[in-house]
Design a protein around this ligand. Structure first.
Ligand code: IMP
Length: 204
């Protein structure tokens, strides 16, 4: 049900996993989230030409804001693996190639870490959010979740690299956690919390 008094925010992502998580985390926040599918007639592809998460988030938020005039919320995120010098980083979605799917990306990651021992598999997920609110202004926030990469995929929840990522302090992968459990510690949940603090919006 749509409430006209709520501020409309167009979520600038075509990644269904991200969209679902953002909707879940912001469920009790007084903002009306609109997906790209709801707003645009056809599938939108925004080229991510930046070299940092912030640049890419800004490119996506700016593009969607310019097209719609609505507040635009963009998420740019990825996995940084220390043994790979921070890769795949901003290229996380395209690690095994531009048309690669999740399974190929995950397989490539396991292959690249084949000879790396458990103690050297540290990694983190990073999420940068940009909320574009006016032609000349935007808010930006960041969230990080530390952990390490497992030796085989485990679990079927979540999306992307979730079956390979074990957050610090747990012995289960993100894909073995319920969505509520993931949102207690994820990079995306932390970035959204920080953004809401900057926006001065509190959950209802
Ligand atoms: P982006 O659209 O360039 O920001 O792509 C982000 C990519 O990073 C996704 O396609 C996933 O591969 C990965 N990623 C980001 N956040 C998560 C997460 O919460 N779980 C698993 N993979 C993630």
């Amino acid at each position: 049900m749509h409430n006209n008094s709520l501020k409309k925010v167009l979520v600038a992502t075509s990644n269904r996993g991200k969209l679902l998580e953002i909707q879940q985390i912001l469920r009790s926040v007084p903002l009306e989230l609109i997906s790209m599918d709801e707003y645009f007639d056809s599938q939108v592809e925004i080229e991510e030409t930046g070299s940092t998460f912030e640049e890419n988030a800004l490119i996506k938020a700016q593009w969607v804001y310019n097209k719609s005039g609505l507040w635009a919320l963009a998420d740019d995120s990825g996995l940084e693996v220390d043994a790979l010098g921070g890769k795949p980083g901003v290229l996380s979605a395209r690690f095994a190639g531009v048309n690669a799917g999740t399974e190929e990306n995950n397989r490539k990651l396991l292959n690249e870490l084949e000879n790396i021992s458990a103690s050297d598999r540290s990694a983190r997920f990073r999420c940068v959010l940009v909320l574009k609110t006016a032609p000349d202004s935007y808010l930006c926030s960041e969230g990080v979740c530390e952990g390490h990469i497992g030796f085989e995929p485990r679990g079927s929840n979540g999306f992307g690299y979730d079956p390979l990522f074990i957050p610090e302090g747990l012995d289960r992968t993100f894909a073995q956690l319920s969505s509520e459990e993931k949102h207690l510690l994820s990079h995306r949940a932390k970035a959204l919390k920080s953004l809401l603090e900057k926006l001065n919006v509190l959950p209802l």
